[in-house]
Design a protein around this ligand. Structure first.
Ligand code: GUN
Length: 294
């Protein structure tokens, strides 16, 4: 089997360059520079990195960005007040609150306080609901990034058997919705999770596996059909003293043994990760253009 490695890093770079071109034209025509704001609470290493990369991506796309930081002991009321402030700030086209939040803050309450018209993460129930019935809306970044990779690599999904591992609100559930819809994946979708009794059998029958369970190297060669497409959403940090950061990212797929069986596979890092940030940029551009909502 010749395996094609899906290069998320270069795909994301190409899309960001396209966005930058469009922003240049908008600004040259007297239009408004898109503006993304991010709220970061505490100092979680992963969240710090993600937000830093989002700010860098904004620069690459020609967006304005604002980073608003709070210490981990911020009260829920203070955070909600900041969300309201961004809702009412006409210069801010879209914003995100980086998750996870400290345990004393009700995450769902924060998400529901965000004006859905500025919810470029696509986490607000209005966006989730609109997405699930195929209406124009902000689609959450990781599922949108995966759809974009499948499209750019011209991978046939219509009528195929797609198995999704994981049922999170951020990835598994929206991914399942999108893969089943005629206008996106048009696939036959099965969602498996930690309690699924037939998980291995389902995977073995799958044309496309999207692994988002957060368990490193969970998907092994014996679970993958010859010629399958494997998308790895895992980003677990494992200690690695040979890396300058002291850790490296491990995917949900045992790459070395699975890759030879695949028609297409995404690496970790450099697969889905860069596409997630790139999709947030797409959503921010759409927010700036008021593409979905006035
Ligand atoms: N934490 C992990 N992924 C995400 C994401 O896509 N958006 C936000 N806001 N927080 C996250």
């Amino acid at each position: 089997m010749t395996t094609q490695i899906i290069d998320g890093k270069s795909t994301a770079a190409a899309i960001k360059a396209e966005i930058a071109e469009e922003v240049k034209a908008i600004v040259a025509g007297g239009g408004k520079q898109p503006h993304l704001a991010a709220i970061l609470v505490g100092h979680d290493g992963g969240s710090e990195t993600y937000v830093k990369n989002k700010v860098i991506a904004c620069e690459q796309c020609g967006f304005k960005s604002s980073l608003i930081r709070f210490e981990a002991d911020v009260t829920e009321a203070e955070l909600l007040a900041q969300v309201q402030k961004l809702n009412n700030d006409a210069d801010v086209d879209g914003f995100i609150v980086q998750l996870p939040l400290p345990a004393h803050i009700d995450e769902q309450k924060v998400i529901e306080t965000i004006d859905y018209r500025k919810d470029v993460d696509g986490f607000h129930p209005i966006n989730v609901g609109r997405m699930s019935i195929g209406l124009p809306c902000f689609i959450s970044a990781t599922p949108l990034g995966i759809l974009t990779l499948l499209q750019r690599y011209k991978i046939e999904t219509s009528g195929k058997k797609c198995v999704i591992l994981g049922r999170s609100n951020i990835v598994g559930k929206p991914m399942a919705q999108l893969m089943m819809q005629k206008q996106y994946g048009d696939s036959t979708v099965t969602v498996c999770h930690s309690r699924s009794k037939t998980l291995k059998e389902e995977c073995r029958a799958a044309d496309i596996i999207i692994a988002a369970i957060g368990r490193p190297e969970f998907v092994t060669a014996d679970m993958v059909k010859e010629g399958a497409v494997v998308i790895d959403v895992g980003t677990t940090r494992v200690e690695d003293p040979t890396h300058k950061s002291g850790f490296r990212l491990r995917g949900d797929v045992k790459y070395d043994e699975v890759a030879p069986r695949c028609a297409y596979i995404t690496p970790v890092p450099g697969g889905v990760g860069p596409m997630t940030i790139c999709s947030l940029m797409k959503n921010t551009l759409a927010a700036g253009k008021k593409e979905y909502y006035r």
